[in-house]
Design a protein around this ligand. Structure first.
Ligand SMILES: Cc1cc2nc3c(=O)[nH]c(=O)nc-3n(C[C@H](O)[C@H](O)[C@H](O)COP(=O)(O)OP(=O)(O)OC[C@H]3O[C@@H](n4cnc5c(N)ncnc54)[C@H](O)[C@@H]3O)c2cc1C
Length: 387
C-alpha cells in the first residue's frame, strides 16, 4: 500500500501526529506495535497522567479531541509551588499572575490516546505490527512488517518512543545517560485538599510531585535513586503513605490511602539528528527528559504542531514537502528548543543533588541555586505561566 506518510508509534505523540497530518490533507497510515488503546472507562483511573501546557491543549483542541477529554475527566491546576525545605518558603506561580484561568491540566495518558484513536478510525491502522526492516530509495520509504506486509510512503514519521526501533534502523545516534533513578507513580488520598495546585518538593534524593486529580486525590511522581525506589516500592501501603507524608513535609496533611505503585526508570536522551533520508523523528523518539519538569509529552506535541505546519507550508509553496530541505526547517524549529529544555531540566535536577557535579559547583545547592539562577527561575515561571 502506498501512502504519503507512515507514522510509526500510536502513543500520544504519534496518534496526534497521524491525526494532525490527516486533517492537513495527507494520506496517512499508522503502525503500532501494541494493541489499540482500550476504550476509556471512567472507573479506571490511569496511573500515567501528564501535566499538559496550554500549547498542548491548543493542539488537542484543533484536533477536535479536547472537548471530549474535558467531558470525560481533566483536572485544571491554577497554582504551582516549588520548595526544598518548609513549604511556607515555596516559590509560587499562579494562573492569576499570568492573567490566565489555569496554568495547565492534568490528563490521563489513556484518555489522551483513546480519544485520539477514536478520531483516527478513518485511517488505515496496523496494530500488533512488528517492523522487520525499512528501506529508503529515490525519496520513498518501504516499511516491511514481519507478517510480510509492506507499506510505502514518501515519509516515515517515527514516534515509537525513547527506545525507537526506527531511529536505530536509520542509524541515528543518541546522546543519553541514565539517572539511575526511578519515578514512583501512584494516586493518593490526602487528608487536606490539593487546592488545584501542583506541588513539587526537591529532596536531596530526587524531586517529589503531587499533581491534583479531578476526584480530589493527587497523582504522585516520586523520583528516587534505584535502591531507595526499590525500598519504597517494597513497603506496605501504610508504611509507604507514612514515608510519603513525611517526605512532603505534610504539605497536604496525612496520606491516607494509595493505589498500587509503579516504578519507571528515568533517563535523558537526545537524538543527534532528527532526520534521515525519508524519515523524521518526533516525541520521545527524538528526546526524553526527566519528568521533574512535566515536559516530555508537551515537547512531543510541539514537535507535531511544527512538523505539520512545516509540511503544509512546503506543499502550499509548491516545494517538495518530504525533501531533506523541508525537514531541515522542522529541525531548526524544534531542536534548539528541545535541547534547551533537556539542559534546563537536567540542570534543575542536579541543582538539588548534593552528590552530583554541575550547577552545585557554580552556584551552590538547592533553592539558593535556583533563586540565584535567573534562567532557571525564568524558565520555571514561564513553564508555569505559558509553556
Ligand atoms: C513518571 C513520568 C511522568 C511524566 N509526566 C509528564 C508530564 O507531566 N507532562 C508531560 O508532558 N510528559 C510527561 N512525561 C513524559 C511522557 O510520558 C512522554 O514524553 C510521552 O509518553 C511521549 O509520548 P510518545 O508518543 O512520544 O512516546 P510513547 O508514549 O513511548 O509511545 C510510543 C508508542 O510507540 C509504540 N512503539 C514502540 N516501538 C514501536 C515499533 N517498533 N513499531 C511500532 N510501534 C512502536 C509503543 O507501543 C507506543 O504506543 C512523563 C514521563 C514519566 C516517565
Amino acid at each position: 500500500m502506498r501512502h504519503d506518510i507512515v507514522v510509526v508509534g500510536g502513543g500520544p505523540v504519534g496518534a496526534a501526529a497521524a491525526l494532525s497530518l490527516h486533517d492537513a490533507g495527507f494520506d496517512v497510515a499508522l503502525v503500532e506495535r501494541g494493541a489499540a488503546p482500550p476504550r476509556w472507562n471512567a472507573s479506571d483511573y490511569d496511573l500515567r497522567v501528564y501535566a499538559l501546557a496550554p500549547a498542548s491543549q491548543q493542539l488537542l483542541d484543533e484536533l477536535g479531541v479536547w472537548d471530549t477529554m474535558v467531558a470525560a475527566r481533566v483536572s485544571p491546576y491554577t497554582r504551582m509551588r516549588v520548595w526544598e525545605r518548609g513549604p511556607e518558603s515555596a516559590l509560587q506561580f499562579s494562573a492569576a499572575d499570568a492573567f490566565r484561568s489555569q496554568l495547565g491540566w492534568i490528563v490521563e495518558h489513556g484518555l489522551i490516546t483513546s480519544t485520539l484513536w477514536q478520531r483516527l478510525q478513518a485511517l488505515p491502522i496496523f496494530t500488533q505490527a512488528e517492523i522487520e526492516s525499512v528501506q529508503f530509495d529515490d525519496g520513498a520509504a518501504g516499511v516491511n512488517l514481519r507478517d510480510g506486509r509492506r507499506l510505502e510512503a514518501r515519509l516515515v514519521v517515527a514516534a515509537d518512543g525513547a527506545d525507537s526501533q526506527m531511529r536505530r534502523l536509520a542509524g541515528i545516534e543518541t546522546l543519553s545517560w541514565r539517572y539511575d533513578q526511578r519515578a514512583i507513580v501512584a494516586h493518593v488520598q490526602t487528608s487536606q485538599p490539593h487546592r488545584d495546585t501542583a506541588w513539587q518538593r526537591f529532596l536531596k534524593t530526587g524531586p517529589l510531585a503531587f499533581l491534583p486529580l479531578a476526584d480530589g486525590r493527587a497523582s504522585i511522581v516520586w523520583s528516587a535513586d534505584d535502591a531507595q525506589a526499590d525500598a519504597l516500592l517494597a513497603l506496605d501501603d501504610a508504611a509507604f503513605c507514612d514515608r510519603l507524608a513525611r517526605a512532603s513535609e505534610f504539605v497536604l496533611g496525612d496520606v491516607l490511602q494509595t493505589t498500587a505503585r509503579i516504578g519507571v526508570p528515568l533517563k535523558l536522551m537526545h537524538a543527534r539528528d532528527y532526520t534521515a533520508p525519508g524519515m523524521v523523528l518526533i516525541g520521545d523518539a527524538a528526546h526524553a527528559v526527566h519528568p521533574l519538569a512535566g515536559q516530555g509529552a508537551n515537547l512531543g506535541f510541539a514537535d507535531v504542531a511544527a512538523l505539520t505546519a512545516t509540511l503544509v507550508q512546503a506543499r502550499s509553496a509548491g516545494r517538495d514537502w518530504s525533501s531533506p530541505r523541508t525537514l531541515a526547517r522542522y529541525v531548526r524549529q524544534r531542536k534548539a528548543h528541545n535541547l534547551e529544555m533537556l539542559a534546563l531540566t537536567d540542570t534543575l535536577y542536579r541543582a538539588f543533588r548534593p552528590s552530583l557535579p554541575g550547577l552545585r559547583g557554580a552556584l551552590g545547592f538547592g533553592m539558593g541555586a535556583l533563586n540565584r539562577s535567573a534562567p532557571l527561575k525564568a524558565w520555571l515561571a514561564g513553564r508555569a505561566a505559558k509553556a
